[in-house]
Design a protein around this ligand. Structure first.
Ligand code: DCP
Ligand code: MG
Length: 391
């Protein structure tokens, strides 16, 4: 008798309805690339981004983070917190090259790779290419291979859905690994401060605190109606997340219909000049993705999320492919001017190109307010199963 699994039978993981998901996220990505390529920057607090009056920090090295410097922070604030901070201009070519190297490492293990941005991706390794079987082992191998190929460190989270895997990759950063096994998800999520939930920024945190919600457990104790009243379209996501539930499959590029990106701000934005400046930064990032994926599209959509969590979108379609960055920027700015002045500050801005002529555009940043699964009674996914050893 052979020990090989019978291909006609579902694997153990399939039988239990569980996936094995890894989320990999590079540590202080842009800043680490800069420190790698310029030894003088090593060990020093580094911020990638403009140091000018209205500049914003894109990435902060771990040395800079000790001072409280972080992504999306105005550069003037960062300098105040850390007077020795070294500002470095971004070099997208270098980041893209490292990104290609890590994606090759991912694809070495599975075809089911969903990049979220240059430095992070979800992998479904329920069926991995080499039949290694243990997602934890695969995650360790991937971290080693990334280090060998790029001389950069990555953190990884291993779990049975995307939401949990992403939380896990953040848990032991930098250069860390965390595994959330079947049966542990709800308890893990409920022990967290709500700020750790993807999509809950400073404003949402403040509002939740006013409502007596400080942890995942507090969130899980609230009725869905209560959440809908207070958080609108964000409620269903919160309800599921508080239970560690997420049924979204890992989607490869080919299934995508748009290329976009969005940014949540550490401080709300309302002035016209700050909004225009922010839009320019998003145009830079999104156009880089568009070019990289050789995507061509006809519809530009601007998305704004206000401090009360209402989301508005404004879209404009043209009869030809939007093929240069200047036109993309012009269309985005025209949409922004339409909605100015804003009725209240915003906490998030996004820009997307859709109606693509090919369906393999890059990933936008993950959007927890959108494509998540409907609330469901699948809490039993959280149950303990015989799969424990497989993780
Ligand atoms: N980035 C950006 N603007 C932001 C956030 C991020 O331009 N507001 C860029 C720079 C980051 C890269 O995206 O290096 C990856 O973003 P992450 O959120 O993964 O942050 P880091 O990789 O810098 O740090 P961490 O170790 O926390 O993942
Ligand atoms: Mg990162």
């Amino acid at each position: 008798m052979s020990d090989a699994p019978d291909p006609a039978l579902p694997s153990d993981a399939e039988a239990a309805g569980l996936r094995k998901i890894i989320h990999v996220d590079m540590d202080a990505f842009f800043a680490s690339v800069e420190q790698r390529d310029n030894p003088e920057l090593r060990g020093r607090p580094v911020a990638v981004g403009g140091s000018s009056g209205r500049g914003v920090v894109a990435a902060a090295s771990y040395e800079a983070r000790k001072f409280g410097v972080k992504s999306a922070m105005p550069s003037v604030t960062a300098k105040r917190l850390c007077p020795d901070l070294v500002f470095v201009k971004s070099r997208f070519d270098a980041y893209r090259e490292a990104s290609q190297q890590i994606r090759a490492v991912f694809r070495h293990h599975t075809d089911l790779v969903e990049p979220l941005s240059l430095d992070e991706a979800y992998l479904d390794v329920t069926e991995d290419r080499f039949g290694i079987g243990s997602a934890t082992r695969i995650a360790e191998l991937i971290r080693q291979e990334i280090r060998a190929k790029t001389k950069l460190t990555a953190s990884a989270g291993v779990s049975y859905n995307k939401f949990l895997a992403k939380l896990a990759s953040d848990q032991n950063k930098p250069d860390g690994l965390c595994v959330i096994r079947p049966g542990q998800g709800a308890a893990f999520v409920q022990s967290l401060p709500i700020r750790r939930f993807h999509g809950v920024g400073p404003k949402a945190e403040e509002k939740m605190k006013r409502l007596g919600i400080e942890t995942g457990a507090d969130l899980a104790a609230k009725e869905i109606e209560f959440l809908r009243t207070n958080f609108g379209s964000f409620a269903d996501y919160l309800f599921r997340a508080a239970r560690g539930i997420d049924l979204r499959p890992v989607r490869t590029h080919r299934q995508r219909k748009s290329v976009g990106g969005e940014r949540t701000f550490s401080e709300d934005i309302s002035s016209g000049s700050a909004l225009r400046e922010t839009l320019d930064r998003i145009v830079d990032i999104v156009w880089d993705r568009i070019e990289h994926n050789k995507a061509r599209g006809r519809t530009v959509t601007l998305k704004l999320k206000f401090t009360d969590f209402q989301i508005i979108t404004r879209a404009q379609s043209v009869s030809h492919w939007v093929e240069d960055k200047a036109e993309f920027a012009r269309l985005g700015h025209a949409l922004l001017e339409e909605v100015l002045p804003l009725p209240m500050p915003i906490r998030l801005m996004g820009l997307t190109l859709s109606k693509l002529d090919r369906g393999d555009g890059a990933a936008g940043d993950s959007n927890p307010d959108g494509g998540g699964p409907a609330p469901s009674d699948r809490a039993d996914r959280d149950r303990k199963t015989a799969q424990l050893s497989l993780f």
